[in-house]
Design a protein around this ligand. Structure first.
Ligand code: UT7
Length: 333
């Protein structure tokens, strides 16, 4: 009997810029300190793209080139390019199209997905649907975020949180039982009041006034977002685990969005998971929005085995949240 077509991740590339912004350097920019950032959030440093005139596609392109080299992929094979980002190079065209052009992809359809920090989860679900339709064989999923372009480095409540980075993945059909098995994903528009960037869209186009009012930056009501994040990330992760009969023993890894170490710990606790089963690299990169989960998978790639049970879980602007259960598709080298 042939297995149902599933969508699996079959390779990963990543890129972070060279410049490292430490907590100590931030402490000289705003009224903060390493102790507060480390204990309240868990971040020690983040990478920042400092090249004038370059945006998210610069990093996405580099992640894709690494992925193609690692997997021996020819750009002509790609039939769909999806890019998750809240920091597109420009409002249009899609950053997916800019990256596709830079790496020489000519036979594909491309578009961007904006789902805040759940960008990766939502985009992987989207890729899964396209692959399972049977019509798309090689999907390129990119997450690319130049968060430093929308962070106010005079606002201590948000500037320590975010970093820049990108990752790229191939999503392909699998008929051996590996790949995305189940997901839970949901949104609640109430989040638009608590996490947003006010200006630069059609309501408040850029003007001297919006610039003077510092409205082109991330605004977050941290405490409220924190509460929603813990509740929904934990609920989605526990529910997807239970309904697939996965236990703390049979789960190989939880791969959580990296926004705050305290959120990650709370989610892991509710799943009864020991800390050794949780991928955490927030201390090095901060919150790279849609790139956090892929940056973890890239870092842990060599420790993953075909058939490992993974739960990927996120919460972000919208609000958006979700958890994906998948069986990993290949042995790390
Ligand atoms: O990824 C997308 C979704 N986003 C999230 O999941 C983020 C969720 N929220 C959070 O992670 C946390 O709420 C933050 C890390 C943003 C803030 O941590 P918190 O523990 O909620 O702090 P707070 O905003 O309640 O502020 C506590 C205190 C305040 O001082 P008072 O009023 O108690 O005197 C702040 O002014 O900490 C102060 N504070 C700081 N102190 C030193 C805020 N930011 C800083 C800072 N350095 N950078």
């Amino acid at each position: 009997m042939t297995e149902k077509i599933r969508a699996k991740i079959s390779g990963i590339g990543a890129y972070v810029p060279d410049y490292v912004l430490t907590n100590d350097e931030l402490s000289r920019m705003v009224d903060t300190n390493d102790e507060w950032i480390t204990t309240r959030v868990g971040i020690k440093e983040r990478h920042i793209l400092k090249i004038e005139g370059e945006g998210s596609s610069y990093m996405g392109e580099r992640a894709v080139r690494q992925l193609f080299e690692k997997t021996g992929t020819n750009p002509d094979e790609i039939d769909l390019v999806l890019c998750a980002t809240v920091t597109p190079d420009m409002p249009f065209p899609a950053t997916a199209s800019i990256i596709a052009d830079k790496v020489g992809i000519k036979n594909a359809m491309h578009f961007d997905i904006n789902a805040g920090c759940s960008g990766f989860i939502y985009t992987l679900i989207t890729a899964k649907m396209y692959v399972e339709s049977g019509q798309f064989k090689k999907v390129l999923l990119v997450t690319a975020e130049k968060m430093s372009s929308i962070v106010d480095y005079t606002d201590r409540s948000t500037c320590p949180l975010f970093g820049d980075g990108a990752a790229a993945m191939l999503i392909e059909p699998s008929d051996d039982g590996t790949g995305v098995i189940d997901f839970i994903a949901q949104s609640d528009g109430v989040g638009r009041n608590y996490l947003y960037m006010k200006a630069g869209g059609s309501c408040h186009p850029a003007s001297a006034e919006t610039v003077a009012n510092r409205e082109h930056f991330v605004y977050q009501e941290g405490r409220t977002v924190f509460k929603y994040a813990v509740t929904h990330m934990a609920e989605a992760s526990v529910d997807v685990m239970k309904r697939n009969g996965i236990t703390a023993d049979t789960l190989a890894w939880l791969v959580p969005h990296q926004a705050n170490l305290r959120i990650i710990d709370a989610v892991a606790r509710q799943m009864d998971l020991s800390p050794e089963k949780v991928m955490i690299n927030i201390q090095k990169y901060g919150n790279t929005t849609s790139a956090t989960i892929p940056l973890c998978l890239h870092e842990w790639e060599n420790r993953l085995h075909k058939g490992d049970n993974l739960i990927l879980s996120s919460f972000g602007a919208g609000f958006t949240w979700g958890a994906i259960y998948l069986k990993w598709g290949y042995d790390g080298k």
